[in-house]
Design a protein around this ligand. Structure first.
Ligand SMILES: Nc1nc2c(ncn2[C@@H]2O[C@H](COP(=O)(O)OP(=O)(O)O)[C@@H](O)[C@H]2O)c(=O)[nH]1
Ligand SMILES: [Mg+2]
Length: 379
């Protein structure tokens, strides 16, 4: 069991008491706290652990990289058990459910078992106030509509209480076998060389999208009140989560292609603005003016693509900045050069009308250009 903690000292004794009572010895369970506290939570854990038969360890992180999500990922990396159960420390997640999560996974063959507040029989009484209820239902709906296939069997992708099989996690980390399935919601996000990265604050969503568990089961539960202490959820975490959702969605090649296309379309603005300036305020011929204006659109696209799609740290950068810029400019200008002969072939050889040929040539050349940028310039 991985339990992330941030200043939960008042919950530890009760939590460990209930876990010990819930877990039968034959389950061979052990607990790893991944702690980012500034209070005495680690000491409280160690004192409580000394009294228990259950193996309990605490890993305090001096450098709390990635916050809650980072803590869970670090915990997973530090364990080798067949099942990994992630649970909060504040007793909003009933420890009594723990054996059932694993048992359900074993009996159904599921790779992921989610303790769900939204499944039949579950509830969320502990979500104090209409505001948090609304935030929870909205983010659930957004996540499910962004990943309809991957989250099909998951009614509560925002749950922090779940069990996942080691194989599924290893697969996403790139150490397992195949990545399985024709399910392409995330368009290959799991094939990234980095594998699992501690980005998300809603780690279940991250794991469901990146690990693509072959089968998912759910167990309903009542998300109760905190036992003690205060929630660490903030609006800032919520915003970070939305941002992360967008990143997850765009991390696959189709998502990047879509963003690339949208950025390309926005490039018409500087292109047209510069064309207008040059044709109204200089004596350049309009064809020459357009060649010049086009370069402004290309540079605009380059800056946006680097800022939004190929950010530092997200995609390896093989070349220096000016080499990338020249590559980008060359590919964008080659676009037109490649389109004309392709159109001619389609008209002359395939007997298409010029309009049909253009309609086919435009996306073909766009995809080629995207692939060159995506695979050659950045990856
Ligand atoms: N290690 C670690 N744990 C955290 C962090 N933030 C929250 N937690 C833990 O994550 C669990 C859920 O946090 P909580 O504040 O209860 O969120 P809420 O249930 O959404 O209100 C608790 O066990 C917290 O102690 C963090 O930055 N690092
Ligand atoms: Mg909580």
């Amino acid at each position: 069991m991985i339990i992330p903690t941030f200043n939960e000292s008042a919950n530890i004794d009760e939590l460990l008491r209930r876990i010990s009572a819930a877990v039968p010895p034959e389950l061979d369970a052990s607990v790893l706290f991944v702690d980012d506290s500034s209070d005495d939570t680690p000491e409280v854990i160690e004192r409580a652990a000394a009294r228990l038969a259950l193996p309990v360890a605490v890993h305090h992180r001096a450098d709390p990289v990635g916050g809650l999500g980072g803590a869970v990922m670090e915990g997973i990396a530090r364990t080798a058990s067949r099942w990994i159960v992630v649970m909060d420390a504040d007793l909003q997640h009933p420890p009594a459910l723990l054996p059932e999560l694993v048992a359900r996974g074993e009996s159904t063959g599921a790779e992921l078992v989610v303790a769900s507040r939204y499944a039949d029989g579950g509830s969320r009484s502990g979500l104090a106030g209409g505001y948090r209820m609304l935030v929870s239902s909205t983010s659930t709906a957004v996540a499910k509509s962004l990943f309809p296939r991957l989250l099909r069997g998951v009614s509560d992708p925002m749950s922090g209480y779940f069990a996942i099989r080691r194989e599924a996690v290893d697969r996403a980390a790139g150490t397992g076998s195949d990545s399985g399935g024709a399910d392409s919601d995330s368009g290959g996000a799991d094939s990234e060389p980095g594998g699992l990265r501690p980005l998300g604050y809603k780690i279940l969503l991250e794991l469901a999208v990146r690990c693509r568990p072959r089968a998912v089961a759910e167990v309903p539960f009542d998300f109760g009140e905190r036992f003690a202490g205060e929630s660490k959820s903030t609006v800032r975490e919520g915003l970070r989560f939305l941002h992360h959702l967008a990143r997850l969605r765009l991390s696959g090649a189709p998502g990047r292609a879509l963003a690339f296309g949208a950025i390309g379309a926005s490039g018409f603005l500087p292109n047209l603005a510069v064309l207008w300036l040059l044709t109204h305020h200089t004596s350049l011929h309009y064809t020459v003016a357009e060649v010049v204006a086009n370069q402004f659109g290309v540079v605009w696209n380059f800056v946006l693509a680097e800022a939004l799609i190929y950010r530092p740290g997200r995609a390896p950068r093989r070349y220096g900045r000016s080499a990338r810029l020249w590559g980008f400019v060359a590919l964008a200008n080659a676009d037109l050069l490649a389109r004309i002969p392709l159109m001619m072939v389609l008209v002359a050889q395939a007997g298409l009308t010029p309009v049909a040929a253009t309609a086919l040539a435009l996306p073909t050349v766009f995809v080629l250009r995207f692939l060159c940028v995506d695979r050659f310039l950045y990856r």
